[in-house]
Design a protein. Structure first.
Length: 368
């Protein structure tokens, strides 16, 4: 009986142990489950944070792109406004250095002469055009634009915006509709077309800002431009500075009564036929009171103006003391076989203005 009792007690204790073990195992499993759940939760949370980060980045990128688009649109608009304003001022206002020389010429002419009358009309025209912000002359002329810029300027975009500004300037009356198809003579009324405006770009890595010079050069004065090939036996002009002088004075004689004088000469010695004419026009971007750094050319410039003013041609060819307001001479290399002298004649309506741009493509300052 005692044995049976012992056996029963032993059996009960073993069962209890088994139950306890099972409980421990269950607890372990439960713990594991909880741990697993925690890990899963953490993973989900991490994923959520990562997703949020990606979304934030995407928004930031979108904002950056939008800002860039706005900045680009703003600078495009600024450049358009700048070119429109440059065109308006160039068309309506004579630069100060030219104005000064015109006034000097007016004072020099004898009283009550046709020359004085002509100079008075010119001066009155200049004052009125500026006051009313209207074109100085009905002849818009060729629109020459010279752009000197640092590395990186988008020239194609610059050209497109400039053309748009020219069209607008024509529509609002800053420029007369003056550019026609050379074969048909058709005038589109917008002042743009092949070769017009005459736009030149020059990249200069040393420049920090864009510089733009605009010049409106009338057709009448362009017609009396000339190009000589030296030697010229007819004029007895050899391949030296005396020969150059002879052909320049010949051109002045031939221009009398034409070209709306008094004029200013832009001259290139050397180059070929194309580069010579282009460089002669670039001489017209110089200030009238500047000094040629080459002593012989400085002397020649002065001599040409003084000699021409003694020819008695005068304003509009009416006689008088003012045939030329200035003369600017530059030199290009040439080939041994050729010696060109290219002469560009600018009329009294000497419209040239220049600006420097800010980084935002707005006008930072006026050069002239
Ligand atoms: S040449 Fe000069 S002044 Fe004469 S019509 Fe043309 S732009 Fe006017």
């Amino acid at each position: 009986m005692a044995v049976r009792k012992k056996k029963k007690v032993a059996k009960t204790s073993s069962t209890k142990k088994k139950v306890a073990k099972k409980k421990v195992a269950k607890k372990k499993v439960a713990k594991k489950k909880v741990a697993k759940k925690k890990v899963a939760k953490k993973k989900v949370a991490k994923k959520k944070v990562a997703k949020k980060k990606v979304a934030k980045k995407a928004v930031k990128k979108k904002v950056q792109i939008a800002k860039k688009v706005i900045k680009k649109a703003n600078s495009d608009k600024a450049l358009f406004d700048t070119m429109l304003e440059l065109t308006r001022v160039t068309s309506a206002e004579i630069p100060d250095d030219v104005q000064k020389v015109v006034l000097k010429a007016l004072a020099r002419e004898e009283k009550n002469t046709t020359a004085e009358y002509a100079m008075n009309i010119i001066q009155a025209n200049i004052v009125l055009a500026k006051k009313k912000s209207q074109p100085i002359c009905q002849d818009t002329g060729t629109i020459h634009i010279f752009v000197e810029h640092p590395v990186g300027l988008d020239q194609t975009k610059f050209r497109k915006i400039t053309e748009k500004a020219i069209v607008k300037a024509t529509q609002v009356g800053y420029l007369r509709q003056n550019s026609v198809d050379s074969l048909t003579g058709k005038n589109e009324g917008i002042n743009i077309g092949p070769g017009h405006p005459d736009l030149h770009f020059k990249e200069n890595p040393k420049r920090k800002s864009v510089k733009i010079s605009m010049m409106l050069k009338g057709g009448g004065c362009e017609n009396v431009g000339a190009q000589y090939s030296l030697p010229n036996t007819e004029l007895g002009a050899g391949r030296d500075l005396d020969g150059v002088r002879k052909v320049i004075l010949d051109a002045v004689q031939k221009a009398q009564g034409k070209g709306c004088g008094p004029g200013v000469l832009g001259i290139c010695i050397g180059g070929d036929r194309g580069s010579g004419y282009k460089y002669s026009k670039e001489q017209l971007l110089r200030m009238l009171d500047d000094t040629n750094p080459h002593p012989d050319l400085k002397k020649l410039e002065k001599d040409i103006v003084e000699t021409s003013n003694k020819l008695g041609i005068g304003p509009m060819g009416f006689g008088g003391k003012t045939t030329l307001l200035g003369c600017k001479i530059g030199v290009l290399n040439r080939l041994p076989a050729s010696f060109f002298v290219s002469i560009s004649y600018m009329c009294w309506a000497y419209r040239r203005k220049g600006i420097e741009l800010s980084n935002k493509m707005e006008i930072k300052n006026w050069i002239y």
